[in-house]
Unconditional design. Structure first.
Length: 318
C-alpha cells in the first residue's frame, strides 16, 4: 500500500508539474498581447493604486483588510445574491431552465436557505476573517504585499497558475480526508446535507472543515509567493466566485461547468478535486466519466440547456 501511495504521489507531482509548464507556455503566447493592453492602461491602474494607497496613508492593515476581506466578500455575496433570487422565486425563468438537477430546489426551501446563509456568514466573520491576522503578518514578513508598484501582468498569470495548483493539491487531499467515515459523520456531513447544492452552500460547512478544506488551500498560495495585495484580492474573489459557480446548481452559458462538483454532491464518493486532475490520477472520477454529466461537463456556448441537448438516458422500467 505504501509503495502504491508513493507511486501515486510521484505520478501526481510529475503530471501536475508538467501541466503547469505546458499551461505557462500556452499562456505566454497570449500574455504578450495582453501585456500590451495592460501596458496601455497600466499608467491608469498604477495611478489609481497610488491614490488608493495614499488615501489610507499607507495603513497596511486597513489596505489588507479591504483587499483580502471586503472585496472578495462583496464579490461572493453579489454573485450569490443574484442566484438566490432565482432559487427563491424561480425567476427569471431563463436562468432556471439551466438547472442541473431538474426538479430540485424548485423553489429552494427557504428555511434551509436561511440556515445556509447564517452558517456562511458565521464562517466568514468568525473563521475566515480572523485567519487573515496571521496571514497579514506572513505577508509583512515577505515585504512585497504593500508595494507601491503593482505586479506585472505576466507575473500575475504565473502566480495565478501556482495558486490554482496549490489549491488543487490541498483541497483534493483535505477533501478526501473529511470523507473518511469517522470525520464525515462529525464534520463533512453538514456540507452534504445539500445533495443538490446552491451557490451559498460553497462555504456552508463545519468550522473545522472551513479552516482546513475551504480557507487554507486558497490562502496558502499567496503566502508562499509573498503576493501583492491586489493579486490577493483578485485571487480570493476569483476563488469565491468559482466555488459558488461549482455549487450553484445551474449550468449557465459561458460560465465554467459546475457538473463536476454537482456530481460529487449527488454521489458523494466521486469528483473530490477542483480541476479534476488528481481525481483522474486516483481514479475517483470513473463513475462520473461513465455518466451523461461527463458529456455535459464543458462550457456552454449556446442558449440551449445541456440537460436538453444531452439528456439523461431514460430509466428502465421496473
Amino acid at each position: 500500500q505504501e509503495e502504491k501511495l508513493w507511486d501515486a504521489i510521484k505520478i501526481s507531482a510529475y503530471v501536475l508539474g508538467t501541466g503547469v509548464l505546458i499551461f505557462t507556455a500556452l499562456v505566454n503566447s497570449l500574455s504578450w498581447c495582453m501585456q500590451g493592453i495592460w501596458d496601455t492602461s497600466g499608467h491608469f491602474w498604477q495611478t489609481a493604486w497610488l491614490k488608493f494607497y495614499d488615501h489610507f496613508e499607507g495603513d497596511e492593515w486597513t489596505i489588507f483588510l479591504l483587499g483580502a476581506a471586503l472585496v472578495p466578500g462583496l464579490a461572493f455575496w453579489s454573485f450569490n445574491g443574484i442566484l438566490m433570487v432565482a432559487d427563491v422565486t424561480g425567476k427569471p425563468t431563463f436562468i432556471t431552465r439551466y438547472r442541473i438537477q431538474l426538479g430540485k430546489n424548485d423553489p429552494v426551501d427557504t428555511e434551509k436557505l436561511r440556515q445556509a446563509i447564517y452558517t456562511a456568514l458565521c464562517n466568514q466573520f468568525f473563521i475566515s476573517f480572523p485567519m487573515l491576522v496571521p496571514m497579514f503578518h506572513v505577508m509583512k514578513w515577505w515585504g512585497n504585499t504593500f508595494s507601491k508598484e503593482l505586479p506585472a501582468f505576466q507575473w500575475f498569470l504565473v502566480e495565478l497558475s501556482i495558486f490554482t495548483l496549490v489549491e488543487e493539491i490541498l483541497f483534493y487531499y483535505t477533501h478526501r480526508l473529511v470523507h473518511l467515515p469517522a470525520l464525515y459523520k462529525h464534520i463533512h456531513k453538514k456540507h452534504h446535507e445539500w445533495t443538490a447544492p446552491i451557490g451559498v452552500v460553497s462555504i456552508y460547512a463545519h468550522p473545522l472543515e472551513h479552516i482546513i478544506s475551504n480557507t487554507l488551500p486558497v490562502m496558502t498560495g499567496p503566502m508562499i509567493m509573498g503576493s501583492h495585495i491586489v493579486s490577493i484580492a483578485a485571487w480570493f474573489s476569483l476563488a469565491l466566485v468559482t466555488t459558488s459557480i461549482s455549487h450553484c446548481g445551474y449550468h449557465l452559458p459561458l460560465l465554467p461547468s459546475p457538473e463536476f462538483h454537482d456530481f460529487h454532491h449527488l454521489k458523494f464518493n466521486q469528483c473530490y478535486g477542483v480541476l479534476g486532475v488528481l481525481d483522474y490520477l486516483h481514479g475517483t472520477d470513473r463513475v462520473f466519466r461513465q455518466n451523461k454529466a461527463y458529456e455535459r461537463h464543458k462550457v456552454l456556448l449556446s442558449l440551449t440547456p445541456l440537460s436538453e441537448s444531452i439528456p439523461d438516458a431514460p430509466k428502465r422500467a421496473e
